[in-house]
Design a protein around this ligand. Sequence first.
Ligand SMILES: [Fe+2]
Ligand SMILES: [Fe+2]
Length: 163
Amino acid sequence: MKYKDEKFAKICRPIIEHKEFAKMKSIKHHNESVYNHVVDVAYRSYKIASALNLDIKSTIRGALLHDFYLYKFNKKLRLSLVLDSFLHAVNHPRIALENSRKHFTVNDKESNIILSHMFPVRIPKYREAWIVSFVDKFLAVFEYYLNFKKIIFKDKKGVKQAA
Ligand SMILES: [Fe+2]
Ligand SMILES: [Fe+2]
């Protein structure tokens, strides 16, 4: 666990130590693994929920499970990138909820956090779900930026080596 916060770690433990959940370590997402992405979203959402005196347990659990879809979304192999991206945006929260219910007990708030994290595809019902949805978007942009930087940096290195 990269975050040294015992309160956060204690709530995460039953989920992150589950073998199905650990499969997300090998699924890539933007600049890193889905596993690292959801832990980052959970931690940032927890900090905000905690400052606003909201339900931190449901925030953390919902955030950890929001992308529990367990398949690699491979943009390069698909024929219609726009359509497939749209279908992924619409479908993966529902798949993540199905997987979550299969392996964990999720309450109404956690279910809503998972289902509505792709707002505006679905409208969040709880403040905790709004937080996770915004933190997810903010981190996704940041992860895309890091990935983009990595590609550019690699290309520049390639040019230098070739010269
Ligand atoms: Fe997602
Ligand atoms: Fe996400």
